[in-house]
Design a protein around this ligand. Structure first.
Ligand code: CA
Ligand code: CA
Length: 198
């Protein structure tokens, strides 16, 4: 019976492998923002957003004192200006996948639309680029990038970021083939016990 419990836990672990949504909720209290300096980067669910300038903050959906509003997004979000370069990494230093995200303009921007350059630095040393131009509202960006070391964001004017759909792919964790080997061993052990008991 104990083996069966271990087996079920193993199956569950494989099925839910490391999917993470970085959504910036429960950080900024109502009508406030939390600024992140280059020395104090934002962290959530094992991922880090590092800024090069103090124009970076998690902003409450109702923060309107300075006209900050992520057009088309009605949740808390991450804002950064054109003076900033924002870099996403896994805080363990492991590689990761970035499936998709939501990107758009902060109403505070002095332009009516923005251009955002997304650069993916791969574990292999290669580079991927996604150039999002003329963004006027929260836009779903499907990337499906894998084996990343970092992803860098730069913008032409005040931008908003939300719902980064990421997967940690640390080599330190049990790989799928490794997990299946453990499950197979569990099945063998259950079979062995039944044989002995019969
Ligand atoms: Ca959000
Ligand atoms: Ca909030």
């Amino acid at each position: 019976m104990k083996s069966l419990v271990v087996l079920l836990v193993s199956l569950f672990t494989v099925a839910t492998a490391n999917a993470t949504l970085i959504d910036f909720e429960d950080v900024a209290a109502s009508e406030t923002r939390v600024v992140y300096l280059p020395s104090t980067p934002y962290t959530e669910e094992g991922f880090v957003l590092t800024s090069t300038h103090n124009h970076a903050a998690v902003i409450d959906v109702d923060y309107s004192t300075y006209g900050f509003n992520f057009v088309g997004n009605d949740t808390d979000w991450f804002g950064f200006s054109e003076y900033n370069t924002v870099t996403l990494t896994a805080d363990s230093g492991s590689s990761f996948d970035l499936s998709d995200l939501v990107l758009g303009i902060n109403a505070y921007a002095s332009s009516s639309s923005i251009d955002v350059l997304i650069t993916g630095n791969l574990f292999s040393g290669d580079t991927l680029v996604s150039n999002q131009t003329n963004l006027t509202t929260a836009t779903f960006i499907n990337l499906e990038w894998t084996d990343l070391v970092s992803v860098v964001f730069t913008t032409s004017n005040d931008a908003g970021l939300d719902n980064l759909n990421v997967f940690a792919t640390s080599s330190a964790e049990v790989s799928a083939p490794g997990a299946f080997a453990i499950i197979a061993l569990g099945l063998v052990m259950i079979g062995f016990r039944k044989t002995r008991n019969s």
